[in-house]
Write a protein that binds this ligand. Structure first.
Ligand code: FAD
Ligand code: NAP
Length: 515
């Protein structure tokens, strides 16, 4: 272990460094950059500070958007404010590191919002300035539905729809995004049955005034919902009932809202229940519960004179989305291939195969493809030799240590020295915030172990002042700037009877943050 902050690269250059500018004689200091301030980014930072008891850390968060929190702010549905409590981790990190009583090692922390890494600053610059870099930039790309008609105006990837109702600045209408014409839609189809599909179904079905109005939902989305003519929502999965991607808590929530608001859940087809009968006795607890829930809520008969309705459909793979000849903003129908379940008795796995020649046509004017998100590379990976695992939508890594082209071999693997990853870009776009947290802790643990063993980049020993100046030249939003925006949004929300009024136009956000 170094007693002082010694850079021991190349020709044994020795220098003592402190991010606060003071000379610290007893503990080594390291500079860490975390890219992205979603749950992965802030949980990584939390754990790094918790574990860095033998050295001083200076962590800089670089965040593309003027506001922090990633999908906690721009993904989690507006009616799940309790989920957003995880944001407290970041808020506390920012608060505690500036409180000497809670920061005896004099750790440092900065937030730089509105900095698009790969564009405003290069990865090479990060490598030159920081000892360790953690890529936690999430998976902010659409997973494409590759069927004819997917490109039509009336088809929306879930990510875009979600970003829009959550006031994401890249989807602020009318400049960046043309919202779905809900006032002209009667039937909506959601392809995929994960929890995002259920979020979207709640958005389309629950009463705008009583249910959505008090939340922080985008005001324009709220107005669109108020004028919506959506009557029926079909959630369509390509596999069977037991293979559903939604979780029991979330499907129960949708059933309960439907019950409370008089929204009709249409019966699940009897053949679907029949297809799982042979396995009922061997099901695990969660699957037993899932089946019981779906049986309980699938009605024997329809309520009289119901307004809105929704359904769960299974064993249907989308084949084609049909154009609407009368209105190009809408579509007219989706054609699905009918599937059947196949069971491999050797492996115990269940798959699907198409029933030859059997298709189903569902009438719909709007289609939302909720088939998951996708990870993308940042500019500069190639140059630095950072490996991206395109097949699995994530950075190639082991335990959060990024793998590189085979020239930096350690323990039989080619690691990219000093480079780490956490969150969805580490493991692919699946998992709730709790899973993201656990994995981020593992990454932090490995980063700390590497620092203890002197493994980091050969970053310049200079202070970060020049680099920070460059970030501010790029209109970086500081934590103080974000706090102003935060206060503004809460105050504006109060005036409107909402938990928060989210600003959605970047220029406006920057203006408020820089006041
Ligand atoms: P993200 O949250 O996406 O954070 C990535 C951050 O990196 C973002 O702030 C982004 O702006 C930033 N970034 C991107 N590119 C750059 C760049 N070039 N430079 C700098 N910064 C960059 N989980 C639950 O437990 N409960 C829920 O109710 C729930 N709801 C969800 C709803 C939706 C629609 C989705 C998609 C997911 C939901 N999840 C939920 C899952 C949860 O959101 C994820 O587990 C978690 O957000 C993943 O965290 P992350 O930090 O890896 O990614
Ligand atoms: P997901 O859970 O992976 O579900 C994706 C759905 O799309 C699945 O039904 C999948 O079917 C289907 N699909 C994928 N490709 C398809 C294709 N080409 N054609 C037809 N269907 C296709 O993804 P998600 O709903 O985006 O959620 C992502 C993660 O966030 C999940 O872990 C989820 O639990 C979490 N999340 C949690 C909450 C919450 O806790 N309240 C809310 C939202 C999201 P197959 O299964 O057949 O592949």
């Amino acid at each position: 272990m170094h007693k002082l902050f010694n850079y021991r690269f190349g020709s044994c250059v020795k220098r003592h460094f402190s991010v606060s500018g003071k000379l610290h004689k007893d503990v080594p200091s390291y500079k860490v950059a975390i890219i992205g301030t979603g749950p992965a980014g802030f949980y990584t930072a939390h754990h790094l500070f918790a574990k860095a008891n033998a050295f001083r850390l200076h962590i800089d968060f670089l965040e593309k958007l003027p506001a922090p929190f990633g999908l906690s702010r721009y993904g989690v549905a507006p009616d799940h404010p309790e989920v957003k409590n995880c944001d407290e981790y970041l808020i506390n990190i920012m608060k505690n590191q500036s409180d000497p009583s809670k920061n005896s090692l004099n750790h440092g922390i900065n937030f730089f919002g509105n900095i698009d890494v790969g564009k405003d600053v290069t990865l090479k610059e990060l490598q030159q300035n920081y000892h360790s870099i953690v890529l936690s930039y999430g998976t902010d790309t659409d997973n494409d539905l590759k069927i004819p008609g997917a490109e039509l105006e009336g088809v929306f990837p879930a990510r875009q729809f979600v970003n829009w109702y959550n006031s994401h600045p890249d989807y602020s209408s009318p400049t960046n995004f043309k919202p779905p014409p809900l006032e002209k839609v009667e039937n909506a189809t959601i392809i995929g049955n994960g929890n995002v599909a259920l979020d979207i179904a709640r958005i389309l079905l629950a009463d705008p005034k009583s249910y959505w109005s008090p939340t922080d939902i985008h005001t324009e989305a709220f107005e669109k919902l108020e004028n919506s003519s959506v009557k029926n929502v079909n959630i369509v999965a390509r596999r069977g009932l037991l293979e559903s991607a939604f979780t029991n808590k979330e499907i129960r929530e949708l059933f309960e809202i439907s019950k409370a608001e008089g929204i009709q859940f249409l019966p699940i087809e009897e053949s679907i229940f029949k297809s799982v009968e042979p396995f009922e006795n061997s099901l695990g607890r969660a699957d037993k519960r899932k089946l019981a829930l779906l049986k309980k809520y699938s009605p024997k008969q329809l309520s009289e004179g119901y307004g809105k309705s929704w359904s769960l459909k299974f064993l249907l793979s989308p084949l084609e989305i049909k154009k609407n000849e009368q209105d190009e903003e809408l579509v007219s129908a989706t054609v699905f291939q009918v599937n059947q379940l196949t069971h491999d008795s050797l492996t115990g796995s269940t798959n699907i195969k198409p029933v030859e020649g059997e298709t189903v046509v569902i009438k719909n004017e709007l289609v939302i493809s909720s088939i998951g998100y996708k990870g993308a590379q940042l500019p500069g990976f190639e140059e630095l030799g950072i490996l991206f695992d395109s097949k699995n939508n994530r950075l190639a890594n082991i335990g959060g240590r990024i793998l590189s082209f085979p020239h930096e071999k350690t323990h039989g693997h080619s690691y990219k020295r000093g480079w780490y990853t956490s969150g969805w870009i580490q493991s692919g776009p699946k998992g709730v915030i709790a899973t993201t947290m656990m994995k981020a802790f593992d990454t932090a643990e490995n980063l700390i172990e590497d620092l203890k063993n002197g493994i980091h980049t050969s970053a310049s020993p200079d202070s970060l002042d020049n680099f920070h100046a460059k970030l501010y030249e790029k209109q970086a939003v500081s934590w103080t700037g974000w706090s102003k925006l935060d206060e503004h949004e809460i105050a504006e929300g109060l005036k409107r009877g909402k938990s928060r009024y989210k600003e959605s136009i970047t220029e406006e956000m920057l203006k408020i943050a820089n006041k």
